[in-house]
Design a protein around this ligand. Structure first.
Ligand code: CNA
Length: 410
């Protein structure tokens, strides 16, 4: 039963206190508020934290999205539980599921998304303190950003080492094995060689701890992109920015609200200051809108377009060079059988060099003309390697290297 005031007890009735207006560093929890904070010059040390959700638009599945995430697709690997594929104890006994998955995810087949290009854009504006990613796909690097600005918190495929003796292996060697469905073993001790991506049960790279300790204290705007914030210790980073530092989450679902000092989008008085903003939706959409609100949309689009044009050009050149080398090899082989190699060799070398340079130049100019980015061929050189095979026959192989200089759009 509720007590009522009685004679002799003249204390005021305890009513519900009027909620005090809480200080806020943002006008509200919207993208517009964050854009205002940036354009007013209040954010000079932005940290971006990201996860698999920034790469799904590139075609790389995330872990946890129902239906499309890797955890739902791992049935074919017969795992005891989905995370086992990235569990170091499980890997030591049963390495093949990881290598099969690595073949699917291996960098090289994917291009950065619009969201990835937001990083070099912030860097260009001198506003990016650091990008911390959980991703292992190396797509941030492909944007051409200064690698000093990146922390790959869960490692990457860039380097590999033996899990027993820690001997480093050439990444090309490891990639070749994985692509050929073979397990790479250490040449020194026979241990398993694993790309240096961090598995459950392994320590994060030293660079992560070292930089996080310094960076997060300085952060004046935290932007969190495409992550469920389920993986420790990475997820705890959102709690390490100063109390008045605004935090923005751009993600398909709400995340990071459960943890202590986590996000407080609904103003539940978790923090002394209102400072959290949320955009629910796709990263590319949210990032584009933020860039637009800051007046940077064209610059973001240009970075994306130029980056993709350069990658396409590089891929076409590589394919062309490969096919030209194949052609050169088969022409050389044919000539070898039809003519006396001793007598015709000098002439043949000269002919093949000139013919290949001409063909490559023509084809490259054709490719370049299709791009908006201007490019010039700065040099084309052909080399001819002569070797003697097991039967004493002279074998010549021609390879052509071409340097192309890309010019920015006027
Ligand atoms: P997760 O747990 O799978 O969460 C992904 C989050 O992103 C979910 O909340 C999704 O709703 C959201 N999401 C998915 N697509 C989009 C999109 N286009 N726009 C906005 N939101 C989107 O993945 P986390 O990154 O949170 O978990 C950390 C793991 C995942 C790290 O250890 C990574 O190494 C690992 N991982 C990395 C990659 C990669 O490198 N691309 C791929 C898969 C897993």
């Amino acid at each position: 039963m509720a007590s009522s005031p009685t004679p002799g007890n003249n204390r005021p009735v305890r009513g519900k206190a009027e909620p005090m207006p809480r200080p806020s560093v943002l006008k509200d929890g919207s993208l517009e508020a964050i854009a205002e904070f940036i354009t007013e010059g209040k954010a000079k040390n932005i940290i971006v934290m990201s996860g698999a959700g920034i790469s799904t638009a590139a075609g790389i599945p995330d872990f946890r999205s129902p239906g499309t995430g890797l955890y739902d697709a791992l049935g074919k690997y017969n795992l005891p539980y989905p995370e086992a594929v990235f569990d170091i104890s499980f890997f030591k006994d049963t390495p093949s599921p990881f290598y099969r998955l690595a073949k699917e995810l291996y960098p090289g087949n994917f291009r950065p998304t619009l969201t990835h290009y937001f990083l070099p854009l912030l860097a260009k504006k001198n506003l990016l303190l650091r990008s911390y990613t959980q991703n292992i796909d190396m797509l941030e690097r492909l944007t051409g950003i200064d690698e000093e600005l990146l922390v790959e918190a869960h490692g990457s495929f860039a380097t590999s080492k033996c899990i027993k003796c820690s001997l480093r292996s050439e990444s090309d060697h490891v990639k070749k094995h994985i692509m050929n469905d073979q397990i790479p073993y250490c040449v020194k001790c026979g241990g398993l060689v694993k790309p240096e991506i961090t598995f459950f049960g392994e320590d994060l790279p030293l660079r992560f701890g070292k930089l996080a300790q310094v960076d997060f204290k300085k952060c004046d705007l935290l932007i969190v992109l495409g992550t469920s914030l389920q993986v420790e210790p990475f997820n705890r980073l959102i709690t390490r920015v100063p109390a008045k530092c605004p935090r923005l989450l751009i993600n398909r679902d709400r995340a990071g609200e459960e943890m202590r000092m986590g996000f407080d989008f609904d103003d539940k008085w978790k923090h002394s200051v209102k400072r959290d903003a949320l955009f629910l939706g796709n990263c590319d959409e949210g990032v584009r809108k933020l860039a637009q609100l800051c007046g940077w949309e064209d610059e973001l689009q240009a970075l994306y377009d130029d980056g993709h044009a350069q990658m396409k050009l590089a891929e076409e050149m590589e394919a062309l060079a490969l096919s030209e080398n194949d052609k050169a090899k088969s022409t050389d082989d044919n000539k070898e059988t039809l003519e006396d190699p001793e007598a015709k060799e000098e002439l043949k070398v000269k002919d093949t060099k000139e013919a290949h340079i001409d063909t490559i130049k023509d084809e490259l100019e054709d490719i370049i003309s299709k791009f908006e980015t201007a490019a010039v061929i700065s040099s084309t050189t052909a080399t001819v390697e002569k070797t003697v095979d097991g039967e004493g026959e002279v074998v010549t192989e021609t390879s052509v290297e071409t340097d192309v200089v890309l010019l920015s759009k006027a």
